[in-house]
Design a binder for this molecule. Structure first.
Ligand code: ATP
Length: 346
């Protein structure tokens, strides 16, 4: 299998720059998420990969083969990629099996080979027993699995997915995430998954390309994005956390408890920079007279089932989010121990 190379790709619609010099080097079999807020260029990038949109600049290569550049445009049907749409795009008048087999019919495959490949694709998404049904007789999640089987039946090198879970409710999304993981494990196809939902991207992808305003903000594993975001913007987009002004360290450096506390105390006198503190790195001491940590006041408490989420105000005026096992009273004074923080670019 071949890797997919996106090399300084740009796309302009008139004055509007939808994608701005984006480069990604995707490994064969990798599960990649394109993540970012609405309008950041995710769908445009996916459509350029599929061949539905021409490039303004740059190049897309699959292994040694150039698929698109300013001069060259390989048509979608010659790229050996398959796309799954948010709307599923199933034919209502055809059975599940006929929907799945449709791309094979277009390629004039018939007989035993046709039937074998449709059966294989349906069993990969655990829908072999539903082959004769019509799409209307299926749930939203089952329809999404039919759409997956249909894209898989041609054995594509790359599967492109455009917000495939956007139409499903929260419970079904969680179940479908599991199906996607299973689908990826079984096929080992390279998958490019567009979403604006950071938790979906974090739980599914091997690596995430965080996009903003057409540009790449960060390209990293979910864990690296969470622990070592490159900018304050990425830090606030991925997971919960608080940015504090601290006089210590350099961008990308992890601060331990001692350096963090010392750096917070030194803010008035030295050059400061934002430091990201995640809620799980804060211990709340309900006794405000312990004099072991940083003084703060509880501004609000939200019950989250297994824990309470506290929004706190520090003496500096900065706010901080923390978790605590017991409910505290709004307005109450507490002390905080901050165990770790990550220095960001100022
Ligand atoms: P969403 O999550 O809302 O779908 P997105 O990140 O997928 O957003 P795109 O659909 O790629 O964003 O759009 C990126 C930018 O390009 C937007 O400002 C959009 O208005 C613009 N754009 C997209 N397609 C076209 C088009 N065919 N003509 C003109 N502008 C377009």
């Amino acid at each position: 299998m071949a890797g997919l190379m996106i090399d300084r790709v740009s796309k302009c619609f008139g004055e509007q720059q939808a994608v701005d010099s984006l480069s990604l080097d995707i490994e064969p079999g990798e599960f990649v998420a394109l993540l970012g807020p609405s309008g950041c260029g995710k769908t445009t990038m996916l459509r350029m990969l599929a061949g539905f949109e021409a490039l303004s600049e740059g190049e897309i290569r699959l292994g040694e083969r150039t698929l698109a550049s300013r001069e060259l445009h390989v048509p979608p049907e010659q790229r050996n990629m398959a796309m799954v749409f948010q709307s599923y795009a199933l034919w209502p008048h055809m059975s599940v099996a006929d929907n799945v087999g449709y791309p094979l019919k277009l390629r004039r495959l018939e007989g035993d080979a046709y039937r074998r490949r449709v059966a294989q694709a349906l069993s990969l998404v655990d829908l072999a027993s539903h082959a004769g049904r019509s799409p209307q007789e299926l749930s939203g999640g089952q329809r999404q699995r039919v759409a997956l089987a249909r894209c898989l039946v041609t054995d594509p090198d790359v599967v492109l997915l455009d917000e495939p879970l956007a139409n499903l409710d929260r419970h079904l999304r969680a179940a479908m995430e599991q199906s996607f993981r299973e689908f990826h494990r079984r096929t080992r196809a390279t998958m490019i998954y567009v979403t604006h939902d950071q938790s979906e991207a974090m739980s599914l992808a091997d690596r995430i390309a965080v996009m903003r305003g057409g540009r790449l903000e960060q390209w990293a594993t979910p864990e690296a994005l969470y622990r070592r975001p490159r900018s304050a913007w990425v830090a606030s987009f991925i997971g919960q956390g608080s940015l504090l002004q601290v006089a210590a360290g350099r961008p990308g450096q992890r601060l331990d408890e001692h350096t963090l506390m010392h750096g917070l105390a030194a803010v008035a006198s030295e050059r400061v920079q934002p430091v990201l503190v995640r809620p799980e790195h804060v211990t709340v001491l309900p006794d405000a007279s312990a004099q072991r940590g940083l003084r703060a006041r509880v501004e609000s408490v939200t019950f989250r089932g297994e824990r309470h989420e506290l929004h706190l105000r520090l003496a500096s005026g900065e706010s901080l989010v923390a978790y605590h096992h017991a409910a505290l009273v709004e307005g109450e004074s507490v002390e905080l121990i901050l165990h770790e923080g990550w220095c960001l670019e100022p």
